[in-house]
Ligand binder design. Structure first.
Ligand code: CUA
Length: 654
């Protein structure tokens, strides 16, 4: 993407919008000229493509939204943990198993942190993972199809917030319980929390083909684990989890969990954990949890029940876990591109504490401990400290990095992003955010190779930024140009749901692998057919299977008779198209589910239970051609106590 001159009305209109919305006088840009320059920087001309993909979690939407940067164009919403009628996710028979859990079918979750797979500490564009915060799960999305292909449940956990941060070569993605809970779950008094509730940290192994499997859990004290990041470079082999409520309170946490002056960052030596596992120094615990996998060849999701998990106990595994004290209630824990610095964002303090990995190893070596909690050594605060960023901001949450040795931290309470120098800890620049910024994202900004061109701030409060839409306004994202010394606001756009975290990656790492069609000859769906000649309607007791095809602009068959009230009718619809971007829809009047949206070469299934005798229409719900409106048909439904002959047809016999 090249920066284009503003030469047309669209550009001029955009410039006006930006002048009004950012006032033109923030962040050092002065008046209309500054705003115009900002508009130019975010402007991607019609027909041109963005430079980066940005993946923003949907929070309470349960989904993952994909945007282009710098334009802020919404490219796709990927359904992950919530049913999505637009794409039939969780509604068609193929994807229903994706949302099965040990609690049953759950149509929703709270998705917080997308995390790209990495190779050598650099995002590689193969997959993106995201956590389910409510019913603890991790999902994997295939970035050739932008579809959710696997969801694994996390046992022994209550909430899954500090997840799914990846290790340097995607050996693992991690998870940590947000809530201390009894492990195993049992009926016990809530006020027995302290000492009895536990906090499981999970290490989920990622196979070469992406498949997820819980390698082990570490049964930690019942603190609340908030965020995590894995080491890189020299700290490869370690993962760091921030925690709050080290007070182990079970009530009024806003007061009770803020009593201790310091909470902890738990440093986990996962290479050593692998060794303990190999040596058999673990407990095999009965825990039931589900793993759901969508097979691209059969185009079906299946659910697998798992029954045990390997558990490591820190008190039995010396050297596995150390606590780094951190100013109270840290949110993000972030590791700089070299892997040397571990930044604790103590959200109730003004300062950022930077720990040194090298000093941490030395303190461990010298057993420079100031305390011990449940057999876990607490390292001397001063011994591991590399420096303090005296920002004068309030409420630091999350830090990412650029390619020039700078760090950028969001401050929720003072609503700003502060830029500081790694190593000297001096504050270089600050910009306000509108309003109450949570996380930020720099493409590659939590990896070994940050792009250092744009910074996206995700704000919790929007208020007056957009036209009002009733009591709720969408959350806002603000894009800053960080290529110069001063950060400059260049775009402000509303988001889908509430983004808690994001990832960004250069477009060309992903776009060239993007799938355009599913090959019909590779369609191994058990109910697929490959031509109109194979279409049929088959009765098996009260189950009727309609093997149907779609192609511009008709279904085959489009007249079906012999269906009865009380039947379960499965429409297995194969889209015969083999051309990019030609899906067909399929919708039946009165079906208690969504439409189908079938990609070229795919088969999807809609279940319908006819309620009364009559003639029921169906049609294509996706505008596919000039004769899309004609793409329709009928199903004749007879009374339950009749024996109508099954008949199907398309067109008139000559
Ligand atoms: Cu097929 Cu509209």
């Amino acid at each position: 993407m090249k920066v284009k001159k503003l030469q047309n009305l669209i550009g001029f209109a955009l410039m006006l919008v930006l002048m009004v919305s950012c006032g033109g006088d923030q962040n050092g840009s002065t008046g209309p000229l500054g705003a115009g320059g900002a508009a130019q920087k975010a402007y991607v001309a019609p027909g041109e493509l963005d430079e980066f993909y940005a993946f923003l979690s949907g929070g309470f939407s349960g989904q993952l939204a994909v945007y282009g940067l710098p334009s802020g164009r919404l490219l796709k919403v990927i359904p992950v943990f919530s049913v999505d009628a637009e794409k039939a996710y969780g509604f068609n028979e193929e994807t229903k198993p994706m949302l099965e859990t040990s609690h049953g079918f759950i149509p929703w979750d709270d998705s917080h942190h997308p995390e790209l797979s990495q190779t050598n500490g650099v995002p590689d564009g193969r997959w993106i993972f995201i956590n389910g915060n409510n019913t603890p799960r991790i999902a994997r999305i295939d970035l050739t199809t932008f579809e959710t292909v696997e969801i694994i449940e996390l046992p022994n956990s209550g909430g899954n917030h500090s997840s799914p941060f990846t290790t340097e070569n995607t050996e693992y993605v991690v998870a940590g319980t947000r809530f201390g809970v009894p492990v195993p779950q049992q009926d016990m008094a809530i006020d027995e929390y302290a000492g009895k509730f536990k906090g499981a940290l999970s290490f989920v192994k990622i196979a070469d083909d992406g498949r997820m499997d819980i390698a082990f859990q570490i049964l930690m004290p019942g603190f609340n684990y908030d965020l995590a990041h894995s080491g890189k470079g020299l700290s490869h082999g370690w993962t760091f989890f921030s925690s709050y409520n080290t007070e182990e309170s079970n009530t009024l946490l806003e007061v009770e969990a803020s009593k201790n002056d310091k909470d902890f960052i738990a440093a986990i030596n996962w290479k050593l954990a692998e060794q303990y596992i190999a040596e058999g120094n673990f407990e095999e615990m009965n825990s039931s949890y589900l793993r759901n996998f969508y097979d691209e060849h059969t185009q079906m999701a299946t659910t697998e029940k798992m029954n045990t998990v390997k558990v490591l106990k820190p008190e039995d595994c010396p050297g596995l876990v150390y606590f780094l004290p951190c100013p109270k209630s840290p949110h993000g824990v972030d590791v700089d591109p070299t892997g040397e610095y571990i930044i604790g964002n103590g959200k109730l303090s003004a300062e950022l504490t930077v720990h040194s990995f090298t000093k941490m190893l030395a303190a461990i070596e010298q057993e420079d401990f100031e305390d011990e909690r449940y057999g876990i050594p607490v390292l001397n605060f001063d011994a591991t400290m590399a420096g303090i960023v005296k920002s004068t901001g309030l409420g630091p949450l999350h830090t990412e990095f650029d390619d020039k040795g700078n760090a950028y931290t969001t401050f929720f309470i003072s609503s700003e992003v502060i830029k500081w120098k790694v190593g000297t800890w001096e504050v270089l620049d600050r910009v306000p955010c509108y309003y109450s910024v949570g996380h930020l994202m720099i493409p590659g900004g939590d990896s070994r190779e940050p792009a250092g061109k744009y910074l996206l701030a995700m704000n919790k409060i929007t208020k007056d930024r957009y036209l009002p839409t009733g009591p709720e306004v969408n959350q806002s994202a603000q894009l800053f140009d960080i290529s110069g010394e001063k950060m400059e606001l260049i775009l402000d756009f509303p988001t889908v749901g509430e983004p808690h975290y994001a990832q960004g990656i250069a477009a060309d790492v992903i776009m060239n692998n993007s799938k355009q069609t599913y090959k019909l000859e590779e369609n191994m769906h058990p109910h697929a057919i490959r031509s109109e000649e194979e279409t049929k309607v088959v009765r098996e007791g009260n189950v009727v299977r309609v093997y149907m095809t779609s192609i511009r602009s008709h279904f085959a068959p489009d007249n079906i008779e012999g269906i009865k009230v009380g039947d379960e009718v499965y429409f297995h619809v194969t889209n015969l198209e083999q051309e990019y971007d030609v899906p067909h829809g399929f919708a039946v009047m009165g079906a208690r589910t969504s439409e189908l949206l079938i990609m070229p070469g795919q088969t999807e299934t809609l279940l319908w239970r006819p309620q009364y005798p009559g003639v029921i229409p169906f049609y294509c719900s996706d505008f596919c051609s000039a004769l899309h409106q004609e793409m329709q048909g009928y199903i004749r439904v007879s009374a339950q106590n009749t024996s109508p002959e099954i008949k199907w047809s398309v067109g008139i016999d000559e």
